[in-house]
Design a binder for this molecule. Structure first.
Ligand SMILES: C[S@@+](CC[C@H](N)C(=O)[O-])C[C@H]1O[C@@H](n2cnc3c(N)ncnc32)[C@H](O)[C@@H]1O
Length: 272
């Protein structure tokens, strides 16, 4: 992709490709790298945040598969990288079905490429702010049986929906068709745990990110993240910092001493 970026039209930065760059991926263009470097200069922990977020995703998917979930709807799934949901889930549930959903066409096309020939997975382009377009999508209807438990994953994506009511409404509509025993997993950027001046740095990084990409960015507090789980049974240990959610031996160690510096909150709820 780096070669394509050099020969083609300049592409504006996107959240998916900036995140890919922070994770050491190759699916990014010069504008993405520039924006990612500028954010990381102000807030050097961002690549570690991305690694810890990815580790939470892995732990959550393992836990959900071990709890018997066989269907996953991964919304804001991003560009495929190590430890994609279908790979992690199938280490426990070999016939797990996964639908990846993202707004970014590059994320979708790269996902389709790695899923080529996989009848139990799909990648579709849709917008989380329009939940019905996801729930009624032909590929979602083909693979996901809403009469059985489903895990809806909203990992590091809700902070790209700045309007609080729109975000809560989208989550509630996505969870409306889920039967008891289904799950919702969320991770979300938050500056709650950062003391001054780090929270200032994060606000500057946020503004910079917002100006250089097509996707605005919005931090939320712990109570605001907890609100997404309204009506569900929040699994232990609740909404906590990324490294604190059921840590595992293969986790990164960036924030072992200061989990709040991960700047990401995470939780899993069970639909009653
Ligand atoms: C930081 S990445 C997270 C990727 C993956 N979920 C993970 O945690 O590793 C955020 C992703 O959300 C996608 N995204 C942002 N706004 C979205 C929206 N309104 N609907 C669907 N996807 C969106 C971006 O394109 C990007 O791929």
């Amino acid at each position: 992709m780096a070669g394509a970026a050099q020969s083609g039209e300049p592409k504006p930065a996107t959240a998916a490709r900036i995140y890919d760059y922070h994770l050491g991926g190759i699916h990014n263009f010069p504008a993405d790298r520039e924006a990612a470097d500028a954010v990381a200069k102000l807030f050097p922990l961002v690549p570690a945040l991305a690694r810890n977020n990815r580790a939470f995703l892995r732990r959550a998917v393992r836990h959900l598969a071990e709890s018997g979930v066989r269907q996953f709807l991964d919304i804001g799934s991003g560009i495929p990288t190590a430890g994609n949901v279908h790979e992690v889930a199938r280490t426990i549930v070999p016939d797990a079905k996964v639908v990846y959903v993202d707004l970014d066409p590059v994320a979708v096309s790269e996902s389709l490429e790695i899923l080529d020939g996989d009848e139990r997975s799909a990648a579709v382009r849709a917008d989380l702010r329009d939940p019905d377009s996801i729930l009624t999508h032909s590929q979602v209807r083909r693979l996901i049986n809403f009469r059985e438990p489903v895990a809806v994953l909203l990992i590091a994506v809700l902070h790209f929906v700045p309007d609080d009511e729109a975000a809560v409404d989208a989550v509630s509509r996505l969870c409306a068709p889920l039967v008891p025993g289904s799950f919702l997993a969320i991770s979300h950027a938050s500056a709650d745990g950062l003391a001054e001046p780090r929270s200032d740095d994060l606000a500057v990084a946020k503004d910079l990110y917002q100006r250089s990409t097509t996707t605005p960015f919005h931090l939320r507090s712990r109570p605001q993240v907890e609100r997404f789980f309204a009506g569900q049974e929040l699994l232990d240990p609740g909404v906590v910092w990324l490294p604190e959610w059921r840590p595992a031996p293969d986790d990164p160690t960036d924030f072992t001493d200061r989990p709040a510096l991960s700047a990401g909150l995470a939780g899993v709820g069970r639909v009653r």
